[in-house]
Design a protein around this ligand. Structure first.
Ligand SMILES: CC(C)(COP(=O)(O)OP(=O)(O)OC[C@H]1O[C@@H](n2cnc3c(N)ncnc32)[C@H](O)[C@@H]1OP(=O)(O)O)[C@@H](O)C(=O)NCCC(=O)NCCS
Length: 166
């Protein structure tokens, strides 16, 4: 579905709210996992913290679980932010590889999205993207899901254009 332009990249229409853009993990040292976490949560997020946002009641079903589509939308937004920076311009989501949700996100959790540029093609940028939940009133981060997002750089006419060198 064509979307609107946000910060130089195109996103789906439902990818729009509560996002806060960050550029460095170093600015958020308290987001590191602590020592009281499950085996899953003991691993460390990979990549750069690109987006943090709060899971709100409007994003949940009646049981209080956040919709998977909302989590994916935040990952899409983060991919767009990171890829647009690398492409020095507008990008669009071309493909999302298989994703599995390991843990639920609940109302009040802070969702932290980490992105890593895995590959730069001619016009495409492939990112590995991880979503980690910081539970309400807890410091610990738990990995919720991860996926591979393929973004394509676009020219003024919406056609793929080469990704410039760094
Ligand atoms: C993504 C899009 C620009 C690709 O256009 P296209 O004419 O098919 O372009 P190309 O075939 O030249 O592919 C461009 C690049 O995307 C990659 N690509 C395209 N589709 C892909 C897919 N399904 N999986 C992986 N990579 C893909 C190609 O490999 C190519 O990468 P490279 O240049 O680094 O080798 C076009 O399909 C489009 O506009 N789709 C809609 C996107 C959109 O609206 N997203 C938001 C949905 S809410």
């Amino acid at each position: 579905m064509p979307g609107r332009s946000v910060s130089g990249h195109q996103v789906c229409r439902d990818c729009r709210q509560y996002q806060t853009r960050l550029t460095s993990r170093a600015a958020y040292p308290t987001m590191e996992p602590d020592n009281n976490m499950t085996d899953t949560a003991k691993s460390v997020p990979a990549g750069e913290l690109t987006l943090r946002t709060l899971a709100m009641p409007a994003d949940a079903n009646p049981a209080g679980d956040i919709f998977g589509g909302w989590v994916m939308a935040q990952m899409d937004l983060a991919s767009g932010i990171r890829a647009a920076e690398r492409a020095h311009g507008r990008v669009v989501t071309a493909a999302v590889k298989e994703m599995a949700f390991e843990l639920p996100v609940k109302i009040g959790d802070t969702l932290n999205i980490y992105t890593q540029i895995a590959k730069v093609g001619r016009t495409s940028i492939t990112l590995t993207v991880e979503a980690w939940a910081q539970r309400a009133r807890h410091r610990a981060l738990e990995k919720v899901t991860a996926g591979t997002f393929i973004m394509v750089a676009l020219d003024e006419d919406g056609k793929p254009k080469p990704v410039p060198g760094e």
